[in-house]
Ligand binder design. Sequence first.
Ligand SMILES: [Fe+2]
Ligand SMILES: [Fe+2]
Length: 257
Amino acid sequence: MIRIAAVGDVHLDEDVVGRFRPALDELPDCADVLLLAGDLTRHGTEAEARCVAREFGGLGVPVVTVLGNHDHQCDQVPQVVKVLEEAGIRVLEGEGIVLEFPAGRLGVAGVKGFGGGFAGRCASDFGEPEMKAFVRTTNESAEALGAALRGLDCDLLVALTHYSPVPDTLAGEPLEIYPFLGSYQLGQAIDSAPTALALHGHAHAGSERGTTPGGVRVRNVAHPVIKQAYSIFHLGDHLDAGEVSRIGHSGIQQPWS
Ligand SMILES: [Fe+2]
Ligand SMILES: [Fe+2]
C-alpha cells in the first residue's frame, strides 16, 4: 500500500503561512508522499513562493507539485520554481518522477494543464489566431502529460494536474466557466496510460469525485473542496485493486473567503 497525501489551492501568502504546518508535521506518520495540485500562492510572487517553501519544505516525506494559474500571475515562474526546488519541492511540468517506497515504485506525472472544456462544449482549433493559440496550449499540455505518463516505469501511476481532466469534479461550479476549469484532452492523456489515480485542483466550488471515460478515478483535492489540510489516498499494489480512500484529518479554517 502506498499512501498519498494531496491538497491543492492552498494559496499561501504571509497572512496564511503556518496554518497548514501543524497538520503537515504529522504527515510522515500517515503518508509516504505529498502531492500538491497547484495554486500554491495567491499571485505567484517570489515572496509568496518563500512562504510555500517554509510551509511545505522539510516535511520528512517527498513533496511533488505542479503549478497553478495563480502561480503564473506575476510572471515570476522561474523564480517561483527555483525557490520551491531549493526547498526540496519537486515541480513537474510535462514530466514525471518515480519514487521508490517499500510497497513499490510510485510514478507521478504532472502538468499544470489548461482550459478548453469538455466533449460537446469545448473550444475548437478554428478561426482567429488567438483561439488557435488557446487550443494549442490545451493540446500541448495534454500531450506532455500523456507522454510523461506513458514514459514512467513504475508499479503505480498517478497523474497530477491543476486543471481538471473531467467535468464530474466541477459539479458545483457555474456551467458557464467549465471551459476555464479544465479540458477533456487531459482526460484522454490520463486514459492513454495505466493511470491508477488522477488528482487536480483549481475548481474551488467543485466536488471531490469523478472518473475519466476510461475509468480512472479522479479526485479534486482543492483545499476549499476537501476542507482539510490534505486528503490521503491508499493505493494498492495492483492497478485495478488499488482502493482509494479518503481519511479525514483535522480541518483547518479556510484562509480566504
Ligand atoms: Fe485556486
Ligand atoms: Fe487555479
